[in-house]
Ligand binder design. Structure first.
Ligand code: GRF
Length: 225
């Protein structure tokens, strides 16, 4: 099996990157993480990747001072050097130009910590708590020109509990991110993802059955729930 060569783009901690590396350590996984690329030299995830023998590169966005085209050209050079076919954004904190997005259309995925289209942008957990939603979660989507707007590949939901803080909710969502992202990247790398009218279809994917309700509805016959 030829594995798709993937670059994971990070800016910081890199826990999703670590989850992708762990999944790709299995030779049967359809993607090989051939590069971890950061726009910050101090991104903690770089050391984790290097310790596992994964090639790393840094293209410092700060060095380009608003020259987004120059920054992206430098990134493209690294991606070409490593013969990258698919990009996985994992906490990559730069907005990409429409030109870059177009060049990678259908081959670039992102993970976002909310159930899109709810809560695009930053501070998703605090905003979910403030809005009082009872279900929250994460989304893996194809990247399009609008921030956090591309076609949705997969989502995982978690309950929001009355006792939740931003931190406890973030941790519950992050655990799901680490499960969902490797699965979604595998579908893309294996060529199972197609688009129909802007909506993603995944060949032979098992759809979830059942439902998640929060709070749980009362059992039949009980007046209080
Ligand atoms: C994650 O919550 C991800 O959904 C968001 O940025 C965060 C990155 O965390 N895009 P990590 O660097 O993967 O730990």
């Amino acid at each position: 099996m030829t594995r798709a060569r993937v670059a994971v783009l990070i800016s910081g901690r890199g826990s999703n990157m670590a989850a992708l590396l762990a999944a790709a350590a299995d030779p049967a996984y359809p993607a090989e993480i051939a590069l971890v690329l950061s726009n910050r030299a101090d991104a903690a995830g770089l050391a984790h990747a290097a310790a596992r023998g994964v090639p790393t590169a840094v293209v410092e966005s700060r060095a380009f001072r608003g020259d987004r085209q120059g920054f992206e050209a430098a990134m493209e050079a690294e991606l070409a050097r490593h013969d990258i076919r698919i990009l996985a954004l994992a906490g990559f904190m730069r907005v990409l130009t429409a030109g870059f997005v177009a060049r990678w259309e259908g081959r670039m995925v992102n993970i976002h910590p909310s159930l899109l289209p709810a809560f695009p942008g930053l501070d998703t957990h605090a905003r979910a708590l403030a809005a009082g939603v009872r279900l929250h979660g994460c989304t893996v989507h194809l990247v399009s020109a609008g921030v956090d707007e591309g076609p949705i590949l997969a989502q995982a939901a978690v309950p929001v509990l009355d006792s939740d803080t931003e931190g406890s909710l973030a941790a519950r969502v992050l655990a799901e991110e680490h499960r969902l992202y490797p699965a979604a990247l595998a579908w893309l790398a294996a060529g199972r993802v197609s688009l129909a009218g802007g909506v993603v279809r995944i060949a032979d994917a098992r759809g979830a059955t059942g439902s998640l309700a929060n709070p749980l509805p009362a059992a039949p016959g009980l007046s209080k729930g």
